[in-house]
Design a protein around this ligand. Structure first.
Ligand SMILES: [Zn+2]
Ligand SMILES: [Zn+2]
Length: 239
């Protein structure tokens, strides 16, 4: 519990750092964070399919497929159905004034499950917890960039933009705390989080770069998946 919460704090801080890169107009950092999207997508997808899915089937048994699907659909419902506008990355076009707060509400469920994923992975074993932490952390910076640039695009202040990103971080911490106290999530949190993680990686992050030209972003994507296997190898050696 203690270590899951510690890692979740670092992940939550990623949201705030991403937002600060936007409000301070750190162009070089933002270009770097764009590659985090592709790299993080590869790492996340590998963790979700290779690690989370099999463990979810062990913990939830026959109920696992239903929970995985429910997690996937829940993100689509809150981020893209009930909310008028959401996508990862910087805001580059005109948006409705309410787009900022409504996207924040939609993202809160997803970031809550970022915390559920970290906590339930640590409940299985510490090395899985660390792998999931890396996967979550890699997309926390782009997540902060996303909400902060949307807030600025709809005319909110830099302080409000960073505050919105901080709220996303708080939801992640809450996900850890609730998972450790709620029997239902202790057992089925991993299956739900697997569905959420697959959505974020394959349906949020991949579409952000699949249309872009050049070899750098695809290379970062494949490198992310490769690094998962190398990280897992290294973690298994030391544990
Ligand atoms: Zn937009
Ligand atoms: Zn997230």
């Amino acid at each position: 519990m203690a270590s899951a919460l510690w890692y979740a704090r670092v992940a939550a801080l990623g949201n705030v750092v991403g937002a600060l890169a936007v409000t301070r107009r750190a162009a070089r950092e933002l270009a770097l964070i764009e590659h985090f999207v592709a790299f993080g997508a590869g790492f996340m997808l590998a963790v979700a399919i290779v690690e989370l899915l099999p463990e979810a089937f062990v913990r939830s048994g026959a109920a696992a497929p239903g929970f995985v699907l429910a997690g996937y659909l829940a993100v689509h419902l809150t981020q893209h159905t009930l909310t008028p506008h959401f996508h990862f990355g910087e805001e580059t076009h005109a948006v409705n004034r309410l787009a900022g707060p409504s996207a924040l509400i939609g993202l809160l469920l997803h970031t809550f499950f970022d915390g559920v994923a970290i906590a339930s992975a640590f409940l299985v074993r510490p090395t899985l917890g660390m792998l999931v932490f890396v996967a979550i952390f890699l997309h926390k910076l782009p997540e902060g960039v996303t909400i902060a640039s949307l807030y600025l695009a709809v005319g909110r202040s830099g302080r409000q933009a960073v505050g919105a990103a901080a709220l996303l971080g708080v939801a992640t911490l809450l996900g850890v705390v609730v998972t450790n106290r709620l029997g239902f999530l202790v057992w089925h949190g991993l299956a739900l989080a697997a569905g959420v993680t697959i959505y974020v990686a394959a349906s949020n992050l991949v579409p952000e770069f699949q249309g872009k030209r050049g070899w750098r972003l695809p290379a970062a994507f494949f490198a992310g998946a490769l690094l998962f296997f190398l990280t897992r190898l290294a973690l298994n050696r030391v544990s």
